[in-house]
Ligand binder design. Sequence first.
Ligand SMILES: CC(C)(COP(=O)(O)OP(=O)(O)OC[C@H]1O[C@@H](n2cnc3c(N)ncnc32)[C@H](O)[C@@H]1OP(=O)(O)O)[C@@H](O)C(=O)NCCC(=O)NCCS
Length: 206
Amino acid sequence: MADPSFHIATPRLFLHYFLSTDPTHVDFLIKCFNAPDVFGLTSTLAGIKSSRDAAVKDIEGRIELQTKSGFGRYMISLRKDANQPFSASEDYEHIGIVSMKLRRHPKAPKVPDIGYILLGQYWGKGYATEAGAGVIDYFATRGVTDILGFCNLENEASRKTLKRLGFEEREMRCVYGLGDRMDDVAEEELVWARKGMSADLSIYGL
Ligand SMILES: CC(C)(COP(=O)(O)OP(=O)(O)OC[C@H]1O[C@@H](n2cnc3c(N)ncnc32)[C@H](O)[C@@H]1OP(=O)(O)O)[C@@H](O)C(=O)NCCC(=O)NCCS
């Protein structure tokens, strides 16, 4: 059972678990999957687009692992001000998702990668950078500092966000296990690594 009170606070945001028992969380997940230009949907996740049951199952299927390991996705919600305390029963304005995922595919990288999506109306306000910094700081307290980022070559907003977060652009690589894929199809992505990580990406399973 996920701790509903768990959260990471940043000056303008709360990052917290998706809870299948909170209808606003389920609706928000569906909204994200239907938002134009937000997701390149993979076959494993596409069911969420139209079905509440699929969204609930998706949330429930991930939460146990996430509460144990921390790896997974966090909802991003706006806080009224930096003094507002977090309350699981508050009706927050949900704006996006930030993730730190350790991929399960046997050929996937051996260190986690950061990801983020925001609904379009919230772009360009520094929220992705703030949420990304929040999860990076949180994982640093758990001893996780080697983190990768992946994006499409054309995704200017994502590239700039990774740069702002202290990642360095490395090179194009074929990456297994993205989008929760477990099949033998690798996606070609631009790889980013945090400053200070080795130049040799094979160390990280790439
Ligand atoms: C990528 C994304 C999360 C960035 O969110 P954001 O909150 O707008 O990012 P920030 O405001 O923190 O800004 C980060 C940088 O991106 C720039 N940026 C934001 N939107 C942009 C856009 N549409 N085009 C180009 N640059 C953009 C900002 O100006 C800023 O750059 P700067 O350092 O030069 O000022 C958001 O655009 C998004 O959700 N895109 C769709 C999903 C996606 O592509 N996710 C990443 C998958 S790898």
